[in-house]
Design a binder for this molecule. Sequence first.
Ligand code: NAD
Length: 500
Amino acid sequence: MVASIKPHRDELGLGDGRMLIDGQWTEGAGGTWSHRHPATGEQVASFPVAGPADVDSAVRAARRAFDEGPWPRARASERIKALRKVADLVREHADELLRLQALDNSVPLSFGEIYVMSANFVADVFDHHAGWVDKIAGETLPPYQGGDHMVLTLREPVGVVGAVIPWNAPLSLFAQKVAPALAAGCTVVLKPSEYATFAVLRLAELIAGVVPDGVLNVITGPGDPAGQALISHPMVDKLSFTGSRAVGQKVMTAAAAGCKRVSLELGGKSPAVVFQDADVGTAAAVTMGTVTLGLSGQVCAAQTRALVQRDAVEEFLATAEMIGTMVSYGNPFDPEVTSAPLINTRQLDRVLGLIVRGQEEGARLVCGGSRAEGDLAAGNFVAPTLFADVSNDMSIAREEIFGPVLSVIPFDEENEAIALANDTDYGLAATVWTQDVKRAMRLTRAIKAGTVGVNGYQLEPNSPFGGYRQSGMGREGGRAAVEAYTELKTVLLPFTDEMM
Ligand code: NAD
């Protein structure tokens, strides 16, 4: 049996979560959501569900703070100071935040050492965006047809942002939306996932002590009704969503109805392309590791299709299988535990169903393939699963599984590898493993994905991240992220009286 998670909750002194609206902590009118911990199935805590009136209050608070409040009008130095203060607070409260995240989604504390899941990453995202505040600038353009006038452009904050995030990396994804929005001078209403609320509420509490009331509001509860009410609210100017393709489509529909600006970070079915001249052992260890360690493959950028040159397949499979045996499941607060359970029983059933489908469609199961039993039976654990002899038209090669399942697809020639890499609806990420620099460059140009790593994949707060095709639109991180929270205004400025 995995030990009860409850003592950790008490140790943290976390009361039942409440929503942040206009600087006040309020109860919701939509009832209560009880959170079941994915490692034990026990109810660890509850929080309110926002009803339509709560969502309306939160959006109106953000609207007032944008239309009348000091935040969008603040000097750059004030916003920089505020965002840097948030970064400092995150570093100060790193341990507490990561423990709350483990209470949410069971990401093991040991995985908090990995940069993109660390509190340092979250803090660095705020620091990075603090650096943009005084660089959000327009241009001076020459008159096209001559004449005594100038054309100026200004970048203004887009307004009230409705942000919705998933459960898998709540702290990092919160930061990737809230930091650029605040840097640009926007105000925000954010809805975390109903499966990962506690760490977000605490981070919001830290930020609420730094920014004026109404600048950041957090409403809680499931996608429908809380999220749906937010994305359809007429006073929201911009929607920023991270989550599944299916919900992303709903967000786009809501954006279309209100002609709202929209950014989408969606799912993926990303390839790791491994040539036989690469360090195949490292490629296999990293690829299987990112699919089974930490979030157990519940990662948007996970490279779950290993395209491996035929002569390297056996070596790749042997190392990947060995990595699978190194996974350790259990209580996320145990430093020996390496990997998380699946977030809920719906996801557990889906992953197990796809594993069965993989076998039915002719893939060879090398290891794993079933739910973990014994002491782990109460949690949503699936054994690290490796498939060989996969063809790219099988369900396990086409659908985003979001679990610890790696499919190995052999290829012979470079062009075949490129065609396979691009034979997907998605386009979020890829890694190319080779010692040949020219080949690496050819592949990085040819693969249709938002981020392509060469012999490794490490995201940074300043690297633009986002998808091609059905993996979304827009980028987080870097200039593009901040500009996505701005409007571009053109000012036509005459020099002479005759032109007035
Ligand atoms: P999900 O789409 O089910 O939920 C995401 C969020 O949307 C949650 O807060 C949920 O409550 C909300 N939601 C659900 N229905 C809604 C509705 N009708 N209106 C408004 N909001 C609604 O995704 P998930 O299961 O939480 O997360 C997994 C998915 O997220 C995967 O597809 C993964 O690839 C994707 N993801 C993408 C990135 C990225 O940066 N590209 C990062 C992490 C996760």
